[in-house]
Design a protein around this ligand. Sequence first.
Ligand SMILES: [Zn+2]
Length: 74
Amino acid sequence: MEFWIQPCAPCADLYGQPATVEPHDTLTLNGTGAVKDATTEEHYTCLRCGGVFARLLSGPSSRQIWMLLNAGQH
Ligand SMILES: [Zn+2]
């Protein structure tokens, strides 16, 4: 498993937002070669806190959100 990170403020804000929201400035798009299907999902890594996001781009609109994959849950 990946280690758990403590999300920085922009990541905490982005978590759970609709996928139509633009990534904040320290998020970088991961290489699409590693993604199984880049048309349905994009992965981003935050340079500030190391948070890894999945931006879900397919399925029901209620599921097209920004998911933080490695944040600790409280
Ligand atoms: Zn962050």
